[in-house]
Every structure is written in structure tokens, then in C-alpha cells.
Design a protein around this ligand. Structure first.
Ligand code: FMN
Length: 310
């Protein structure tokens, strides 16, 4: 297997000082809850990994059913189950030899909780912190905080003041103007924007006549949300001057190129892994290389935001 960690300078990129061998990343919440799984993802060719979101205290999440496959996507309301940042810190310490950047996703129910969890994650070896200001189905955190630009500013400012690593603000598409949220995050010092998290949605079983998810509402991901994500990246690119990490329905190298043309410097992949396995990183990198060479580009950085210049 081609080693994308060494042999492909055309794909090498950088986000806020983090050097990545290629622009693909594992999205938060898929395979990111243990050191062994994160190592497996790194070995499969990802350019960086993001962990499952972790809060200060352990949580068991919602009862089943928490995940359902729908047309062109997945609908989940898992409820942010996690072991708590203190226990997770022990897990992260095993990842010092990962060879690619380790981004730890931390959440809280107040700006202070986000900041405390971020500090502990950095002490344990996180290379960057992602703030999920965007989970659409847990009360008191996620999009409940992230739909309010003032709260976005407070969280980002406090976290930035507490740690000395890059901070990525992960935004929700469940808002009228995602560019306003991006401006708020950037003005508070975010080093990059991750967009998008899932879209609030639901499914009803016509035999039981009841909502399928135990939580009733969940977040939609996968191919169904890709055009919404591309639109969000395009709008954010026009609004702020910091790098964007694109996410939402990416499965093929063509999807990755589309996100980068809209303005993403890197792309995260979530649902496609659940549906197709870990070979997705290698197939995206292979296709991206061939595309760049065919078009005469010398670096993947040259296509970022190109759709705005035409
Ligand atoms: C099962 C599942 C669990 C997720 N858990 C998290 C999470 O803990 N934190 C987070 O920021 N996003 C979480 N997400 C959202 C993904 O990181 C991503 O933003 C979203 O799924 C869109 O990308 P995709 O279409 O490639 O899956 C989760 C998504 C799924 C499908």
C-alpha cells in the first residue's frame, strides 16, 4: 500500500500549523473512541484523526435505537456517550507515536466546561482541539450553544485563553446564517472552522406509528447532506479568513475535490466509513493525486477556494 504519510508531497497540507500528509481526516464520532481504533484509522491512510466528543463527566448516552439507516444517509441520536475526559486522557496517552495529528473533540455544558476538558486533553497529548458547537440532539450543549453567536464567542475565547494548541470550531448547519457563526468563532480566535455537523431530522416507523429513534430527533449525515455542506463551506469561505475543514457526505475523491473548490483546506469523513470501511481514505487520496496531476496542479493547496475565483 502506498504510504500517504511519506510519499505523496502533492497531497501534503497544513492547518493552523498542523502538518498533515494528506487532507483527509476522520470525523468525530466514528471509530474515534479508543486508541486502538484511532491507530487503525491512521494506518489506513488518514491525514489526521478526530476523536469521539468527550465531556468532563462520563455519560452513557441515549437508550437504543440510536442509529438508523435512511435513504442516502444515517440518522443518529447517540447522545454523546463517553467515558469522561479524565478516563479518556489515559487512552490518548497511548497515541504519542501516531505520526499524524491527533485532534481531540471536547464538549461542555458551559464555556468553563469546554475549557477545562480542552486543558486536560492537551495535557494528555492532543495536537489540536475541536469544539463541537453543533450536536443537534443533546440538551444544554452542542447546537443549543452553537446556534448563538455570542455563546460561540464565549466558548472559543475561553478555550483559546486556556490552551496553547490550535482550536477548531465545529459549526451547526441548523441555523439561518452559518457565516454569522463562523464570523463569531473567527473573531474569538478560532484557528479553523469545521463544517458541518449533522442536520436535525427524524424518521417514523409506519408499522408501530412511532418515531424510530428513542430520542425521537436525531442528526442526519451522509450523502443526503452533501450539497448543504458544500453550500455552507462556500458561504463560510467568503465570510472568514481562517482555514475551513469540510465535512458532510464525503465518500469519493470527487466529493473531496468539490469541498476543496468551495473552500475547504481539508475534509473529514464519517458516515462513509460506517457504510464502506476504512479503505475510503486511500481511495480518496489515490483519486485526488490523479486529479491534481491531470489538471497540472503542483499541490492540493492550489485548488482550495478555486470555485470563488472563476
Ligand atoms: C454515529 C455518529 C456519531 C457522531 N458523533 C459525533 C460526535 O461525537 N461529535 C461530533 O462533533 N460529531 C459527531 N458526528 C457528526 C460527524 O462528525 C459529522 O459531522 C457528520 O456525520 C457529517 O459527516 P458525514 O456525512 O461524513 O458523516 C457523528 C456522526 C455520526 C453518524
Amino acid at each position: 500500500m502506498e504510504d500517504y504519510n511519506r510519499n505523496t508531497p502533492i497531497l501534503r497540507t497544513e492547518i493552523s500549523g498542523l502538518i498533515m500528509p494528506n487532507p483527509t481526516m476522520l470525523a468525530s464520532g466514528i471509530l474515534g473512541s479508543s486508541a486502538s481504533m484511532l491507530k487503525e484509522v491512521a494506518d489506513s491512510g488518514a491525514g489526521a484523526v478526530v476523536t469521539k466528543s468527550v465531556g468532563l463527566k462520563p455519560s452513557s448516552g441515549y437508550p437504543n435505537p440510536t442509529l438508523v439507516q435512511v435513504d442516502c444517509g444515517l440518522l443518529n441520536a447517540i447522545g454523546l456517550p463517553n467515558p469522561g475526559i479524565y478516563k479518556f486522557a489515559e487512552e490518548i496517552k497511548d497515541l504519542r507515536d501516531l505520526r499524524i495529528p491527533l485532534v481531540v473533540s471536547v464538549f461542555g455544558f458551559s464555556p468553563e466546561e469546554y475549557a477545562e476538558a480542552a486543558e486536560i486533553a492537551c495535557d494528555a497529548g492532543a495536537n489540536a482541539i475541536e469544539l463541537p458547537l453543533s450536536c443537534p440532539h443533546v440538551k444544554g450543549t452542542g447546537s443549543e450553544i452553537g446556534q448563538d453567536p455570542e455563546m460561540v464567542k464565549r466558548v472559543v475565547r475561553l478555550v483559546k485563553g486556556s490552551i496553547n494548541r490550535p482550536v477548531f470550531a465545529k459549526l451547526t448547519p441548523n441555523t439561518a446564517s452559518i457565516n454569522v457563526l463562523a464570523e463569531a468563532a473567527a473573531s474569538a480566535g478560532a484557528d479553523a472552522i469545521t463544517a458541518i455537523n449533522t442536520i436535525r431530522a427524524m424518521a417514523i416507523d409506519i408499522e408501530t406509528c412511532m418515531p424510530i429513534l428513542a430520542n425521537k430527533f436525531g442528526g442526519l449525515s451522509g450523502a443526503a447532506i452533501k450539497p448543504i455542506a458544500v453550500r455552507c463551506i462556500y458561504e463560510i469561505y467568503r465570510a472568514v479568513d481562517i482555514p475551513i475543514i469540510g465535512c458532510g457526505g464525503i465518500r469519493t475523491w470527487m466529493d473531496a475535490v468539490e469541498f476543496m473548490l468551495a473552500g475547504a483546506s481539508a475534509v473529514q469523513i464519517g458516515s462513509a466509513i460506517a457504510l464502506e470501511g476504512l479503505s475510503v481514505f486511500k481511495s480518496i487520496c489515490d483519486g485526488l493525486c490523479v486529479y491534481l496531476e491531470r489538471k497540472g496542479f503542483r499541490s492540493v493547496k492550489e485548488i482550495v477556494g478555486l470555485a470563488h475565483k472563476k
